[in-house]
Ligand binder design. Structure first.
Ligand SMILES: NC(=O)c1ccc[n+]([C@@H]2O[C@H](COP(=O)([O-])OP(=O)(O)OC[C@H]3O[C@@H](n4cnc5c(N)ncnc54)[C@H](OP(=O)(O)O)[C@@H]3O)[C@@H](O)[C@H]2O)c1
Length: 274
């Protein structure tokens, strides 16, 4: 009998993470549901079990690096062989605010937390020759970011900051692949598409959100949560190219800066210091 595979999904208590957790449970995975709302976590676990999978909720506040490191230890204890880690939790914030680790929230959630979690789980991932799917966004090919904008005096909230943070995560994805690909771990980045109806952008005023969602629907730029969950499943379990940037599920050349070794190395240094 084949051994059951284990997947971890962060931010699986709502939106795309929740839908992806339920799809993986249906596929027979044991799913470790990571989130900060225990009630919603318990509900996802109940539905994952009802769908025929095995699931467990692990609480963590990904704004706190101490909590991410504790979470990493808890996962490693439960899954010495980890087949899949989906760094899904992410978001954009209107106002600039720093976490207690000194990072702007956008960078803390979209970059620092995935970085610390991957670093804590390298051995379990290598043991299973596992895969890491980092959820990014439709980072434009000419996107650029400086370290000062990400972690320095120029860091701020807002959509520009969100895109720069996702560019940083894409850069780490490619850098991890170069460093750890030889150990059998595969790293990919996925832009799920524009998906109205999740809690994403809840910091944006409701009227502006509904205009943006209306435009996305009108120009047929939007996809449904179910379509996005299908993209997660394909990129998480199907054949992929190591280090690949999957734009709405299709392989695309990443922005040039994602392959800038000096930028990747500065980024790692800033993250390692934290
Ligand atoms: N929806 C889109 O159009 C779209 C487009 C491109 C990329 N994405 C990306 O897709 C991913 C999922 O987004 P979504 O649309 O499903 O948004 P969502 O509904 O807001 O889901 C985000 C998840 O992250 C969790 N989270 C946020 N802050 C956290 C923290 N400090 N600690 C622990 N968990 C935390 C949330 O938990 P709570 O429920 O407790 O807040 C939630 O479960 C994100 O990375 C996003 O950037 C989304």
């Amino acid at each position: 009998m084949a051994t059951q595979k284990t997947a971890v999904i962060t931010g699986a208590t709502s939106g795309l993470g929740e839908a992806a957790a339920l799809s993986l449970a249906k596929e027979g995975y044991r799913v470790l549901v990571v989130g900060r709302d225990a009630e919603r976590g318990a509900d996802v676990v109940r539905r994952a079990r009802a769908a025929g999978g095995e699931a467990e909720f692990l609480a963590a506040d990904l704004f706190s690096l101490a909590d991410v490191k504790r979470l990493g230890n808890e996962i490693a204890a439960r899954a010495p062989r980890l087949d899949l880690l989906v760094n899904n939790a992410g978001g954009s914030f209107g106002e600039r605010a720093l976490t207690k680790d000194g990072f702007e929230r956008t960078f803390a959630l979209n970059v620092a937390a995935p970085y610390a979690l991957v670093e804590a789980l390298i051995e379990p991932l290598a043991a299973a020759k596992g895969r890491v799917v980092n959820i990014v966004t439709g980072v434009p090919s000419g996107a650029r970011a400086t370290l000062d904008e990400l972690v320095g005096a120029k860091s701020k909230g807002g959509m520009g900051s969100y895109i720069r943070a996702k560019l940083a995560l894409l850069t780490l994805t490619r850098s991890w692949q170069k460093r750890l690909g030889a150990r059998g771990v595969t790293f990919v980045a996925l832009h799920p598409g524009i998906i109205p109806g999740t809690r994403f952008g809840s910091h944006t005023p409701a009227w502006l959100r509904s205009i943006m969602e209306g435009i996305a629907r009108l120009f047929r730029l939007a996809s449904s949560v179910d379509v996005a969950a299908g993209r997660y499943l394909r990129v998480a379990t199907g054949p992929v190219e190591g280090g690949g940037f999957y734009y709405e599920g299709t392989l695309r050349a990443p922005p040039k800066q994602a392959d800038d070794e000096a930028f990747a190395s500065d980024l790692r240094a800033a993250l390692t210091r934290a």
